[in-house]
Design a protein around this ligand. Structure first.
Ligand code: DAT
Length: 172
């Protein structure tokens, strides 16, 4: 079996992780996993956050659920947080970044309002997820990617696919 890398796509909700992750899986044959969907399907929750109007992830159960797949390799993980995954899982981490006015429109279109909308915009302004990634993984494997328009998407796809191909050459 060819060894394949595990890739983490992270960033504020709405920056385009799902769009990039699904297309990347399609073009490379790697397996795309949306942690939000996984949690929903398995009800991997431990309560409800009233302030942000969302269920609270049971992080330990998510990690247990993913462990075997991550050991096999070739997984693209999509989540808006990254500090609870084992560091050893990922060979590279991409933090997607979106300009505020663009993110505002995307989140508003998604139906976010009030505190939920502002909280997510603040998360992007204060680069919360980028800092979380830099604290949770070796800095050399953490990369920011602009994710504002379709050209960014294509460039990101090209860049990541090239990286995957090189990783496969180096590790097989
Ligand atoms: P996330 O998974 O980070 O929450 P998403 O992939 O669902 O984000 O994207 C949110 C919205 O933005 C969705 O309507 C698709 C759009 N989008 C994503 N990436 C984009 C890009 N590079 N250019 C334009 N629109 C994009």
């Amino acid at each position: 079996m060819m060894k394949q890398p595990n890739i983490l796509l992270t960033g504020t909700p709405g920056v385009g992780k799902t769009t990039l992750g699904k297309e990347l899986a399609e073009r490379t044959g790697l397996t795309y996993i949306n942690v939000g969907d996984l949690a929903k399907e398995g009800e991997l929750y431990e309560g409800y956050d009233e302030e942000y109007q969302c269920p609270i992830l049971d992080e330990d159960r998510v990690v247990d659920e993913l462990e075997d797949k991550m050991t096999d390799g070739g997984v693209i993980v999509d989540y808006h947080g990254c500090d609870f995954f084992p560091e050893r899982w990922f060979h590279i981490v991409f933090v997607l970044r979106t300009d505020n006015s663009i993110l505002y429109d995307r989140l508003e279109r998604r139906g976010y309002k009030g505190k939920k909308l502002q909280g997510n915009l603040d998360c992007e302004i204060f680069q919360t997820i980028y800092e979380e990634a830099m604290e949770s993984y070796k800095k050399e494997i953490v990369h920011q990617l602009p994710s504002n328009d379709p050209d960014d998407l294509e460039q990101n796809l090209d860049q990541i696919i090239q990286w995957i191909q090189q990783w496969m050459v180096d590790n097989n």
